[in-house]
Design a binder for this molecule. Structure first.
Ligand code: PMP
Length: 324
């Protein structure tokens, strides 16, 4: 779809994957006026195509739009566009165990003008790619670098929008973390530099003596759809869950006195990513002996089961595209 201030969103079309042409002065290149989403479609050999909570993605896209001064996009129209695109070529969706179709909807500001104000023209596009199993060699815990120098987002900034600038702000820290043998960065808040926010592309949960604690949505972290699903699952199982401010000091203390039972990240790509070690100011804090925790494994099995259709979906999270 294209957007022009005089006619709104228009001209929905499906075209073969190909390079696009943009003016070098397009605002997206200079001012980062762009938002995106990430979701997955699943297929089992004998079932319909399954989308996991797609409306949540388009609702979040519009919240990001609002923050970035990008015009609202009708969520049902976006969903129709997605269905049409998927059904255009369903051979793209792999059905083997653990595989899925990754879907990336995004909007870019295309107006060619160097003034720093919102664009009057945009493009909404959806690209897709089959992806293999995230854990081809079995689910394994990751090492996470707790960032003490750089900040990703502050309250009032764009941290709770899914926009390019947040990821650009994180690249340097990610590079440093990789050099130190960690796979992702754990961000702390930008004001006190002690409250836990989120991991590079995941929300984060800690099991402290059987209570599952995750940072509250405070305006600077992403409102993860996996995060919301995990909270609902935990409540459904009557496992105590708290959304609140959580400092790195509390985690270090819980680690010290043995009450930090397990930790995991949540996101569309990995679903659940157990955390085996935190690297904080040069200290290595090993969690659950670097092994996958019991709850992480149970959550992973249930959520991926709901997505694939092997576990009942009591929440109505799956939208099926039955074209047969
Ligand atoms: N935080 C950030 C910064 C992310 O990029 C992602 C991935 N979208 C998440 C959290 C997890 O969100 P979701 O569960 O919706 O994929």
């Amino acid at each position: 779809l294209d957007y022009d201030a005089s006619i709104g969103w228009h001209d929905a079309r499906v075209v073969p994957y190909q390079p696009i042409t943009l003016d070098p002065a397009a605002k997206v290149f200079h001012y980062g006026q762009t938002v995106f989403e990430g979701l997955k479609a699943y297929l089992t050999a004998d079932g319909p195509i399954r989308l996991f909570r797609p409306r949540k993605n388009f609702e979040r896209l519009n919240r990001s739009n609002e923050r970035l001064s990008i015009p609202h996009l009708d969520e049902e129209l976006a969903l129709e566009a997605l269905k049409l695109l998927i059904l255009t070529d369903r051979e793209w969706i792999p059905s083997a165990e653990g595989t899925s179709l990754y879907i990336r909807p995004f909007i870019i500001a295309t107006e060619a003008a160097l003034g720093v104000n919102p664009s009057t023209q945009y493009k909404f596009m959806i690209i897709m790619s089959p992806v293999g199993s995230y854990y081809a060699e079995g689910i394994h815990p990751v090492k996470i670098f707790v960032e003490s120098e750089y900040v990703r987002a502050v309250k009032g900034g764009v941290g709770n929008a899914k926009t390019a600038g947040n990821y650009a702000a994180g690249l340097k820290a990610q590079e440093n973390a990789t050099k130190q043998g960690s796979s992702q960065v754990l961000w702390l808040d930008g004001v006190h530099r002690k409250y836990i926010e989120e991991v590079g592309s995941m929300n984060v949960f800690f099991n402290i003596n059987g209570t599952i604690v995750t940072p509250a949505l405070n305006g600077s972290i992403l409102d993860g759809i996996t995060r919301d699903s995990i909270i609902q699952l935990l409540k459904h199982w009557n496992i105590p869950v708290e959304e609140r401010a959580l400092s790195i000091d509390e985690i270090v203390e819980a680690h010290g006195n043995g009450s930090l039972v397990e930790a995991f990240g949540t996101g569309t790509a990995a679903v659940i990513s157990p955390i085996g070690e935190l690297l904080w100011l040069g200290h290595k804090l090993s969690i659950n002996n670097g092994e996958t925790g019991e709850l992480s494994a149970k959550l992973y099995d249930n959520l991926t089961g709901i997505q694939k259709g092997t576990v009942e979906d009591p929440f109505g999270w799956i939208l099926t595209l039955d074209d047969r």
